[in-house]
Design a protein. Structure first.
Ligand code: C2E
Ligand code: CA
Ligand code: CA
Ligand code: CA
Length: 277
C-alpha cells in the first residue's frame, strides 16, 4: 500500500538514497554508453627495465560521457560487477583489445602480448572460456599474445578458479595475478594456481625506497615468485630510484607513469615506431 511505501521510504537516510539514485542513474548511463560507443580502451606499455624496451601492453577502459566528462573505471567497474553488466562490458573489452593487438601485428609492429583485466565475475560466467576461444579464432590472434589479469579475489573459490584457469591456459594464453599483496592473499594456494605472472601492487612500489618494510615485501615477493617459477611485473613505477631498486633485485619488467601513462592507440603506435625503427 501507499502507507507502507511511505514508511519504507523512511528507512533510507537522505545520503543513502542519494547514493542509491546515483547508482541507478550510472547503471542506465553505462548501458547507454555501451550502445553509444562512449567507451574506449587506453593502453599502458610495459617495459623491460634494463633496456627500456616495450615488452607488453595493458588495456585499460575509459568512459567519456558527453556531459559528465571522464568517469574513472574505479567508479563504474565495481557497479558493472554488481549489476552483472560486467559480462557484456567485459566481452566488449576483450574483443576490442584482441582486435587492436591483431591490427598492430598486421601493420607490422613487433609482436607483443596484450594484457586485459578480467573480473572474477567474468571468469565465473559459464561461457567465458568459449567466448575467449571464439574471439581468438575470429580475429586470428595467436593466444600467445593474450594475457588475462585477475585479482586475488579468485581465491574465494579456489577449486573452480584453478579449473577455469587451466582451461584458459590450455588455449595458450597467459595469466597474471594483479594487485598482488593487497587481497586476502593465500600464499599457500599460490603454488597450485596455473599462473605466469605476478603484478606487484603499486602501494608496495610507492614506498620501496623510503620504507624498509615495503622494500622487503617487494624483495620477498620477487624471490617467492622465482622459486615458484612466475615472472614479476612491477606496477606504478614513478621514478628512477624505483627502477634502480627493482633492477638490483631481479625484477625484469614494470610499468608506470615514469615510463608512460595509459595512452590512446594512436600514441602507442607513435611510441612503437620510435622504439623499433
Ligand atoms: P589496475 O588494473 O591495477 O590498473 C592500474 C591503474 O593504475 C590504472 O588506473 C592506471 O592508469 C594506473 N597507473 C598506472 N601507472 C601508474 C602510476 O605510475 N601512478 C599512478 N598513480 N597510477 C598509475 P585506471 O586505468 O584508472 O584503472 C583502475 C582500475 O580499474 C584498474 O586497476 C582495474 O582494476 C580496473 N580496470 C581498468 N580497466 C579495466 C577493464 O578493462 N576491465 C576490468 N575488469 N577492470 C578494469
Ligand atoms: Ca591490471
Ligand atoms: Ca594492478
Ligand atoms: Ca589496482
Amino acid at each position: 500500500s501507499k502507507e507502507r511505501g511511505k514508511n519504507n521510504f523512511q528507512f533510507y537516510t537522505p545520503n543513502l538514497n542519494e547514493a542509491y539514485l546515483r547508482k541507478i542513474d550510472l547503471e542506465t548511463r553505462l548501458r547507454k554508453a555501451m550502445e553509444h560507443r562512449q567507451l574506449t580502451l587506453h593502453y599502458q606499455p610495459q617495459f623491460h627495465l634494463e633496456t627500456g624496451k616495450i615488452v607488453g601492453i595493458e588495456a585499460l577502459i575509459r568512459w567519456n560521457h558527453p556531459e559528465l566528462g571522464t568517469i574513472p573505471p574505479c567508479e563504474f567497474i565495481p557497479l558493472a560487477e554488481e549489476t552483472g553488466l560486467i559480462v557484456k562490458l567485459g566481452q566488449w573489452i576483450i574483443l576490442k583489445a584482441i582486435q587492436q593487438n591483431k591490427q598492430w601485428q598486421q601493420a607490422g609492429f613487433p609482436l607483443l602480448p596484450i594484457a586485459v583485466n578480467v573480473s572474477v565475475k567474468q571468469l565465473q560466467e559459464e561461457h567465458f572460456i568459449d567466448f575467449i576461444e571464439k574471439a581468438l579464432e575470429d580475429t586470428g590472434l595467436n593466444a600467445h599474445y593474450l594475457e588475462l589479469e585477475i585479482t586475488e579475489s579468485i581465491m574465494q573459490d579456489v577449486d573452480q578458479s584453478i579449473e577455469r584457469l587451466n582451461a584458459l591456459k590450455a588455449l595458450g594464453l597467459k595469466i597474471a595475478i594483479d594487485d598482488f599483496g593487497t587481497g586476502y592473499s593465500s600464499l599457500n594456494y599460490l603454488q597450485y594456481l596455473p599462473i605466469d605472472y605476478i603484478k606487484i601492487d603499486k602501494t608496495f612500489i610507492d614506498n620501496i625506497i623510503d620504507k624498509d618494510t615495503c622494500g622487503s615485501i617487494v624483495t620477498s615477493i620477487i624471490s617467492m615468485a622465482q622459486s615458484l617459477n612466475f615472472d614479476v611485473i612491477a606496477e606504478g613505477i614513478e621514478n628512477e630510484k624505483q627502477v634502480q631498486y627493482l633492477i638490483e633485485n631481479q625484477c625484469k619488467v614494470g610499468q608506470g607513469y615514469y615510463y608512460s601513462k595509459p595512452l590512446p592507440s594512436q600514441e602507442i603506435e607513435n611510441l612503437l615506431k620510435k622504439q623499433y625503427k
